[in-house]
Write a protein that binds this ligand. Structure first.
Ligand SMILES: [Zn+2]
Length: 587
């Protein structure tokens, strides 16, 4: 593995094809049992994993235990690599614990009152850690690592009414809950003795073969290669990165079923973050009420750059809702058939018929879930790509993103039930987009910052005054909290609600940027803070490189650029001039 300061590993998980699932899961069960037994055995030696960490982790484990089962030397190395990595990570946490132990104090705990339950006094914790770090100049333990352990200690306090006396009291034996096997202990994809992995990038596939225990517990090589279609993103990354040993992993689904996935790990060069001085434009992105995402770029003179961008998912939501309904109906059928089957005498011949039908339904449920999850993932990838692309198009090096705490939902879908379902799906998709964005920004050297949405939908972006929203541009009789049109009584500006919110998120991002430039320190700003400047839009700012822009400010829906998620794999942009552009986007 190369230097972690200049390179970073990226992980892409791919579900193994059905033909390999059972064997892979059996392999994972077996190796999990061995890993957990070894962890239990070595837990008392935890300290040695902090000091004596030269060379690969499997070697260190090998000093204490040899393969407990004659299932192959390289296979055992891979298992010991997992054991060693877990112990090394734990040893690091233990060192962090020893650093923070002297500063643990009752001041970290906010006592319960009539109005609030007990909690953590975060400002006190932050201050104490900062002071501690200043006194430990040599130590490289990060703030986040220290904070994380302090929080774990506080949680312990809530349960035991005292801080933990030792690290071992704080941290129970860290056993694997699901199977995980890294092939990093083996001799590589071409010569491996526990696995083989060959890439055929032209054909877009990987050939994977592995050793596994059969149902009788006898270890074999699999007779055939498992053909894994490579996702586009993996092909893309392989052009500039290096493929490392993969990790085989078990994933548990919402419904309790298990699947085996293979993590492709590609090491790429890190991009440097731009200095604050170099950042001059901000892209503000808001989780819309009527669209999934809305984004607007603003420059440091508080001038909007180009047109706003609306990410519309109409057809997508409908399809997801249909798949969910299909799953619900199948589940109902399963329950029905199970009941009818169980009512039969134990040796009744029709039981077999029921069991076959049930197996069929369950497979179908599984297929629907997979389709549902795949669609969500594809959408999240595209949405994050579009935002990253917009940053590049508009020259924004800071992405200011509305935080995830919001409860906004696109009220599509009929009735409370439909809306709830949409809400749940939106939450999942947003979480995925947020996670991808944070990581993609890191990867290409964009700064990423989240802002609290409070008030951003009910503030005029042009003058900064509170403003009301209405159902429709032509109907100003009654203000509606979720209305799609914002009117400002102070300056008479009016505009699409989601667009206004995205400008406001950009304004908050801009205030943050200015503070970082001036003082190097960020302070939380509310949307009413005078440091959050109004944004003007003359339409004469920088020209958008994508579709041509008109001469009129984006005061109405006509001027917006829409992106439809109906085309997964390519983005479909529509400008007010009805000119369509297809873009190939890469991860
Ligand atoms: Zn106004």
């Amino acid at each position: 593995m190369r230097d972690s300061r200049t390179h970073q590993p990226l992980t892409y998980d791919v579900r193994l094809p059905d033909e390999a699932q059972a064997d892979a899961l059996r392999l994972l069960d077996e190796s999990k049992a061995l890993v957990n037994a070894a962890l239990a055995l070595l837990w008392p030696h935890l300290d040695e994993f902090d000091t004596d960490r030269v060379g690969p982790a499997w070697k260190q484990v090998g000093k204490y235990i040899a393969s407990p089962s004659p299932h192959g030397d390289r296979q055992w190395r891979c298992e010991s690599e997992v054991v060693g990595r877990v112990l090394r990570a734990q040893a690091e946490r233990k060192r962090a614990f020893e650093l923070i132990e002297p500063i643990l104090s009752d001041g970290f705990i906010r006592k319960s009152t009539d109005k609030r339950p007990a909690g953590k006094n975060r400002p006190a914790i932050k201050e104490a850690i900062t002071t501690l770090q200043r006194s430990l100049q040599e130590d490289e333990t990060s703030f986040v690592a220290l904070q994380n352990v302090v929080e774990q200690c506080c949680n312990y306090y809530f349960q035991q009414d005292q801080f933990p006396p030792t690290y071992e009291a704080l941290q129970p034996l860290p056993l694997l809950k699901v199977g995980m096997l890294t092939y990093a202990g083996d001799d590589g994809g071409a010569k491996g003795q526990a696995y083989r992995l060959a890439l055929d990038v032209d054909a877009g596939i990987a050939r994977f073969r592995f050793r596994y225990p059969d149902e009788a517990g006898i270890w074999h090589w699999r007779k055939v290669d498992t053909i894994i279609p490579l996702p586009e993103i993996v092909k893309e990354r392989l052009t500039c990165g290096e493929l490392m040993a993969p990790t085989l992993r078990e994933e548990q689904r919402v419904d309790g079923s298990r699947i085996a996935v293979l993590d492709f790990i590609i090491e790429v060069e890190k991009q440097e973050m731009p200095t604050w001085e170099a950042v001059s434009r901000v892209l503000g992105a808001d989780w819309g009420v009527h669209t999934l995402l809305t984004a607007t770029a603003v420059d440091e003179h508080s001038e909007q750059v180009g047109r706003p961008f609306f990410l519309n998912t109409g057809g997508f939501d409908g399809r997801q809702a249909r798949t969910r309904r299909q799953i619900d109906e199948l589940k109902k059928k399963v329950a029905q058939y199970e009941e009818q089957r169980d009512a039969l005498p134990f040796d009744h011949p029709k039981r077999t018929w029921y069991n076959q039908k049930l197996a069929l339904f369950r497979r179908e449920i599984d297929r629907c879930w997979r389709k549902y999850e795949q669609r969500n993932r594809a959408l999240a990838h595209l949405a994050s790509n579009v935002l990253v692309l917009l940053c590049q198009v508009h020259g924004c090096s800071l992405l200011s993103m509305e935080s995830l705490t919001t409860l906004k939902t696109t009220g599509r879908g009929r009735g409370v039930k439909g809306r709830w379902r949409n809400y749940r799906n939106n939450t999942t998709v947003r979480g995925e987009i947020w996670r991808l964005l944070r990581y993609k920004c890191h990867l290409i050297g964009l700064r990423f910052h989240t802002e609290r949405p409070r008030g951003t939908s009910h503030t005029c972006p042009r003058c900064g005054q509170p403003a009301k929203t209405y159902r429709d541009p032509s109907d100003r009789k009654k203000a509606v909290k979720w209305g799609r049109w914002l009117f400002c009584d102070a300056c008479f500006y009016n505009g699409d609600r989601d667009y206004c919110a995205s400008v406001n998120i950009a304004r908050l991002g801009l205030a943050y940027l200015v503070q970082m430039k001036q003082t190097g320190k960020a302070r939380f700003c509310s949307i009413t803070d005078p440091r959050v400047k109004p944004v003007s839009y003359t339409g004469a700012g920088a020209v958008l490189l994508l579709p041509p822009t008109g001469n009129h400010p984006a005061r109405n829906i006509r001027g917006k650029i829409c992106y439809y998620s109906g085309w997964l794999g390519s983005a479909f942009l529509q400008s007010s001039h009805k000119k369509h552009i297809f873009l190939r986007l890469c991860g």
